[in-house]
Design a protein around this ligand. Sequence first.
Ligand code: SF4
Ligand code: SF4
Length: 475
Amino acid sequence: MKRQPESQALTPGLQPMFFAEATIHPRTVKGRFANLRWLVVGATQAVFYGLPWINWGERPAIWFDLGARRFFLFDWVLYPHDFIFLATLLILCALGLFWVTAAAGRIWCGYACPQTVYTEIFMWIERVTCGTREQRLKLERSPWSLAKVRCIGSKHLLWLTVALWTGLTFVAYFIPFPKLLHELLHFTLSPSEAFWVLFYSAATYGNAGFMREQVCKYMCPYARFQSAMFDPHTWIVTYDSRRGEPRGSRRRGAEVKPGQGDCIDCTLCVQVCPTGIDIRKGLQYECIGCAACIDMCDQVMDKVGSPRGLIRYSTQAATQAPARADTSWLRQLARPRIVIYVSLWLVLAVAWVWALSTRPSIRLDVVRDRSVLARWVPGGAIENVYRLHAMNASSKDQRLRLSVEGLPGLKLVDAPILQLPAAQAVWVVVHVHVAESAATPLKPGSHAIRFTGEWLDKHGLPATLTEPTTFLRPR
Ligand code: SF4
Ligand code: SF4
């Protein structure tokens, strides 16, 4: 399957970072894990391709509106201040990946990673257009002909179509799909929109069509550091060498000779492997845990009349344990490392949901207007000017009643009610006065005051927020 060219043979003690490899054409395999993978492919792609088409009121349900610096997540409207929620969500995903990896190895890589998912889709297109593994290998060796051009041309055409639609879908999370398609059809895409559509399309086309297992082996950082999360109790795809060795061929239905293992050395487990490795050599970092070799070997075992599970999901501890050792899944999962990861994840997830659902639907920022110094105004009052940034983080219009307090004689000169359209932020300039009688005894310098905003929340109940600032008394 995998050939290392003579010219690139390793010198003892030296290990090159990369060497060219022959294209891997994995054999098609059917079975319960292949079905599971297609189920995950269908579910993840239904979500990815479908979400930009779902509207929530007048707007997309999920929309990163970079121009207005806001992010819509169904009913929630998040502003840059709410970045903590997105950051925490990413931390939750990372922590989730940690405990899933510690418990079940590279299950993410084998079933749900976009690289795996798109490679699976691209390989399916390859099978439809260019045939089985044997037909593809024959096609690769054959000279150019009309039939070869037709096969390879239709494959690339379909690959490019999927890649382009994937690129458009990615950008549709930032530009609503109807607008994006209208711009595409009228050739009015902005340079940045065109760049991101083409960039994401090219990444999909290149990674799923050509790079494939090379991405997992050489480019993916997760593949490199996840071994730190593995221990002897981590669930991995394993070959039961105690049962399989010594390997040797035997005919269908023939008795296993004394001293011979169950492996018939058919190499089918190697031929289905998308990374081209031989799982019988033990755990290797190239293994993405896709279980194609399990499905294949189970079929072989069925044919030769031996029990399934020569290659199976198991742990190093279980495959090496004495027959009576407790290797149950419950025992494997109740390990301190998993308990700590899951507990941390649960605490963070509950805190995230609680904080997001109790988040005030209006935010207020107060900025002193530095271009206007504190000053005495006609009538004898001291005036300070502020710029207020009021953000409506809900999906309905709101009225915000403003007041200011903290010093005797403090008063808001401007209209105290702000109209905030749904999911919009407004800037207003307000003037605050302290009457002369109250200002005279004040010491020159800054004095703490606070703005208060009152509105009705989504349940129609009164809600308030306060924003501290300072009031300057000039000399
Ligand atoms: S598929 Fe099973 S029987 Fe065939 S070589 Fe692999 S481990 Fe051995
Ligand atoms: S060794 Fe088996 S589980 Fe690992 S990548 Fe190859 S086929 Fe998938």
